[in-house]
Design a protein around this ligand. Structure first.
Ligand code: ZN
Length: 216
């Protein structure tokens, strides 16, 4: 953490978490949102990460917490203004995460035209499962699903994304330096729903369980 206060952005050692909203048509429709023409980008701070299957504690400021299962990419090198043609070579690892969303608070923010951070970027709002090397997935459609208490609640395939990985990385890197260690939560398919204390979430990427944690 030697460069924490450096103004040299190329040497920053803090990672960023980029998140994409409405990247699957069926999910945009289930929340009555328009299908976006450009990626809808927001961020979470590093304090949002929850790793190693640690339990998630239901926050007291919401009565309508929703799960959103998403494919997560971890970057392996730095880049700005990355051309889509080379963008996939920036991905080091892939896994599954949850973009926890306080839907009641988000609805209020949306109504008022306010930012979303208190609804989406709060502490531990981004559980992240085990990551695997991206190499074997390059250029392939990737199937994933989320089970809640043993029952499948979300099924997705990256082939159904409105903006693919390369487009997302290229888009993000026009505004923010994409750095080694940064994460991208690439959006959720349909099937988002409420969370209750005691829920057990398990996420599978191509049939391999990568995400497993409980809500307390
Ligand atoms: Zn999301």
């Amino acid at each position: 953490m030697d460069c924490l206060f450096s103004l040299d952005i190329f040497n920053l050692t803090i990672m960023k978490i980029f998140c994409i909203g409405r990247n699957y048509v069926d999910h945009a429709k289930e929340l009555n949102n328009p299908v976006p023409k450009k990626p809808l980008l927001f961020m979470k701070p590093p304090s949002a990460l929850l790793k190693e299957g640690k339990p998630f504690y239901y926050p007291d400021f919401t009565k309508e917490l929703h799960y959103e299962c998403e494919v997560v990419l971890k970057m392996k090198k730095n880049g700005r203004h990355v051309h889509p043609q080379y963008a996939e070579s920036y991905i080091g690892e892939i896994g599954l995460g949850i973009d926890f969303t306080a839907r009641d608070i988000q609805s209020e923010c949306k109504k008022k035209g306010h930012p979303w951070e208190i609804a989406k970027a709060f502490d531990w709002s981004a559980p992240l499962g085990e990551l695997v090397p991206y190499e074997e997935f390059v250029g392939k459609p990737i199937a994933f699903n989320l089970d809640k208490n043993g029952e499948t609640v979300q099924v997705g395939n990256t082939a159904d994304m409105i903006f693919n990985f390369a487009t997302l990385i290229s888009y993000i890197s026009q505004y923010f330096i994409v750095q080694k260690g940064d994460y991208i939560y690439t959006g959720t398919p349909a099937g988002v729903g409420p969370v209750t204390i005691g829920d057990h979430f398990q996420g599978y990427l191509e049939g391999k369980k990568l995400l497993d944690f409980k809500v307390k």
